[in-house]
Design a protein around this ligand. Structure first.
Ligand SMILES: Cc1ncc(COP(=O)(O)O)c(C=O)c1O
Length: 380
């Protein structure tokens, strides 16, 4: 229920505190019952004004760049795990200063930076490629045999390089607990001989444990069984999407309606390419509150973005609304917290959505608006 005196502007990403807390309670149940540590992947969600809500539940974060690491240190605190596919020489010392744990993507990077890592007191790990992933989209599958992410077992060989304290495996994306179970079997089969020497195992992200229907009991049992087999290992999960799954929408407005022979195009004040890029990259069709997929013969609307890019439309399918859309109508694209704010651009100089927080008591807080200076400051 929104009972705010401040109107929600358009366009605006609106995070709902009560929904976030619901997710955090689920993550905490997993932490307590499976005895694992869950940290937030900043690449999926970095709305730092919400970190005071998240911090009581999660012990830290994981970062994949210098700037993410700086933001994590400045706004979240706690444990900071680093994984960069490749560490730039000029940034390494600054990055390492921020962190508690660091994962290298290749043996050569570990050889290059190992001494400096140990001197900085970080706990070092290696990313492995388990050569199993349930992910069908190539762009989101890091575990192909020719992937550039992670070390395959035969490349790692029989002995871990001295000094390595952990292994890191990220091969899931919006996956279920059965996929994790298969991953753990694969890790034990391919890398099992190394596990006794390690202190920690990071199972990456992609565990969509806050999705309705996710089998939490099976997840907890799977993790407990693994812990039983390897009681000395500290287990980490580092989800991004699961933390903020279904916790808020992107509010938009219909600015114009363009009739075409097949459908009516609703011209919006948001852009798919600039503000919801996963809709084009995955691609997927987002839900719009109050709309549904049309039945044959029903009048349809196609959602059109605000940039000049010809493909800035929701091409995965049109929508049906009970009432005909009118210019000025407000729309809510659902589940727009993960991989949106962190990925947006100011392409075409179009208005960037504001960012707001809907508190538990129904009051709306406008946290950030964007203007011309934000656009200009990225250019020179
Ligand atoms: C290394 C690593 N960890 C964690 C994540 C977070 O994954 P998700 O948001 O799907 O949970 C990603 C996502 O790409 C990743 O690459």
């Amino acid at each position: 229920m929104i009972n705010s005196s401040i109107p929600i502007p358009s366009p605006c990403y609106v995070l709902e505190e009560s929904k976030l807390l619901r997710n955090l309670e689920i993550l905490d149940r997993v932490q307590q019952q499976a005895n694992v540590t869950i940290i937030l992947a900043l690449k999926g969600f970095a709305m730092f004004s919400a970190f005071p809500i998240i911090r009581p539940y999660l012990r830290g974060t994981t970062a994949s760049s210098l700037f993410e690491a700086m933001l994590a240190r400045e706004t979240f605190g706690g444990e900071l795990h680093l994984y960069l596919p490749v560490y730039p020489e000029a940034e390494f010392d600054a990055i390492a200063q921020q962190a508690t744990h660091i994962t290298f993507n290749s043996l050569s990077q570990w050889q290059h930076f190992g001494d400096r890592t140990l001197a900085a007191g970080l706990s070092p790990g290696l990313r492995i490629n388990p050569e199993y992933s349930p992910v069908e989209h190539d762009i989101y599958n890091p575990a192909a045999i020719d992937s550039r992410l992670g070390i395959r077992s035969e490349v790692l060989g029989d002995r871990l390089p001295p000094g390595i304290a952990g292994l890191h495996c990220h091969n899931l994306c919006e996956s279920d607990s059965v996929a994790l179970e298969k991953t753990l079997i694969q890790i034990e089969t391919r890398f099992g001989q190394h596990l006794p020497q390690l202190q920690w195992l990071n199972l990456g992200g992609g565990h969509l444990m806050t999705r309705q229907g996710y089998d939490l009991d099976h997840l907890i049992q799977t993790l407990q069984d693994f812990r039983h087999r390897h009681p000395h290992l500290q287990l980490y999960l580092e989800p991004g999407a699961a933390v903020v799954w279904e916790t808020g929408d992107l509010h938009a407005t219909v600015l114009d309606l363009i009739p075409t022979p097949g459908t009516t195009i609703a011209m919006l004040d948001v852009s798919f390419t600039a503000h919801m890029p996963d809709c084009l990259e995955m691609p997927y069709k987002p839900r719009i509150r109050g709309a549904r997929d049309p039945q044959p013969g029903e009048p349809t609307y196609r959602m059109g973005g605000t940039t000049c890019l010809a493909g800035d439309v929701m091409g995965m399918g049109d929508y049906y609304f009970d009432q005909a859309l009118r210019v000025g109508d407000r729309l809510q694209f659902e589940d727009m917290m993960h991989y949106t704010m962190v990925k947006t651009s100011m392409f075409n100089g179009v208005q960037h959505p504001s960012i707001g927080l809907l508190h538990q008591d129904g009051t709306f807080e406008l946290i950030r608006e964007f203007g011309y200076e934000d656009y200009k400051n990225r250019l020179s």
